[in-house]
Design a protein around this ligand. Structure first.
Ligand code: GFB
Length: 315
């Protein structure tokens, strides 16, 4: 990727897209093309085709998606499948038709089977059944990465994918029903601290294991992947740090200074029991994460407090 390349970032207002834009600008890629949802509906194939034909980007980074935590996914698998499938098909196919030479597609490690070997290697894809709570989202992301792989094989286009583990960072969604676990816990503990509540209700058993990556580390992985002349079709991106949900809760509780007791609601789903990705492929090529979970949580608590003060919290 050249500094002068015209780079389209789909989803630039989201947590991931905005982190990628910050990283691009910081690294001197100043020709970044973006469109808001109102300016370009990615569910509309004709609009997306016209956009690529008019703008003619050299590179496209597909960070647009309908995302949510276990609550949002399990309540609306149909919507997560439909919208993410349409976004993936429209943005990738129209890019190929318009002659975009390079494309990076972003998915999620929930594409891997529920009972995949741990840490999960890229080769675990499509080897057994998916986790039911996010099957719609996973199927759409699998279609997207496969479309990139097929276009690369059929037409020689350098289209490739990254599968990040659970992400967090500035601009996250703090909705306590639809959000992911990490931002939701920050909001719950901060609210309990400010209100002087005696308990903080959390979901499930606390025993599932997860891996978390700061979105700025993902952005650096995206630029790294785009710098490779012959990148693998699919690479995992993770921190390599695995924690239980219970440990995550205790860490966030202490970072916020909240003294309330935690109560676990077993009527809420645990989801997949363990989700640690094998990052040996991307590490062997030279990429490393830089932000530890502990340091990242301190940063994100400060971000949350600032966003709350500025009235910019996303719910
Ligand atoms: O981040 P999360 O919503 O989604 O939840 P997944 C992770 C774990 O945190 C589950 C527990 O075991 C939850 O039971 N948990 C505890 C909570 N308290 C809470 C809470 O207050 N809110 C939430 N949300 N969880 C998502 C997928 O899976 O991961 C998406 O649904 C996507 O498709 C994303 O792939 C990265 O890690 O289970």
């Amino acid at each position: 990727m050249l500094k002068t390349d015209r780079i389209y970032v789909a989803g630039h207002r989201g947590m991931v897209g905005s982190a990628i834009c910050r990283a691009l600008i910081r690294e001197g890629f100043s020709n970044v093309v973006t469109r808001t949802h109102r300016e370009l509906d990615l569910l509309d194939p004709k609009a997306v085709r016209e956009f690529y034909e008019t703008e003619k980007p050299d590179v496209a980074i597909i960070a647009a998606a309908r995302v949510g935590g276990i609550g949002a996914n399990s309540a609306a698998n149909a919507l997560f499948l439909y919208e993410n499938e349409m976004i993936a098909m429209n943005t990738v196919w129209a890019a190929a038709e318009a002659g975009v030479k390079r494309l990076l597609f972003l998915g999620s490690t929930c594409i891997y089977p529920r009972m995949a070997p741990q840490p999960i290697p890229e080769s675990a894809l499509l080897t057994s059944e998916l986790e039911k709570t996010n099957e719609g989202y996973a199927l759409a992301k699998i279609s997207g990465l496969k479309l990139c792989e097929f276009l690369r094989r059929d037409r020689g286009l350098c289209y490739h994918s990254l599968m990040p583990t659970n992400l967090y960072g500035p601009g996250d969604n703090y909705d306590t029903v639809n959000g992911h676990v990490l931002p939701t816990m920050i909001r719950k503990f901060e609210t309990a601290r400010m209100n002087g509540d005696a308990t903080v209700p959390l979901w499930g058993s606390g025993s599932p294991l997860r891996e978390f990556l700061h979105v700025d580390d993902l952005a650096s992985a995206c630029l790294f992947a785009l710098s490779l002349d012959n990148p693998p079709d699919l690479m995992n991106v993770g921190s390599g740090e695995e924690v239980s949900i219970r440990h995550l809760a205790e860490t966030i509780k202490s970072a916020t200074g909240c003294t309330a007791e935690i109560s676990w609601d077993s009527s809420k789903p645990d989801g997949t029991p363990r989700k640690l990705c094998d990052t040996s492929l991307i590490r062997s090529l030279g990429w490393r994460p830089e932000i530890s979970l502990e340091a990242g949580i301190v940063r994100i608590v400060a971000d949350y407090r600032r966003e709350l003060k500025e009235g910019t919290i996303r719910l």
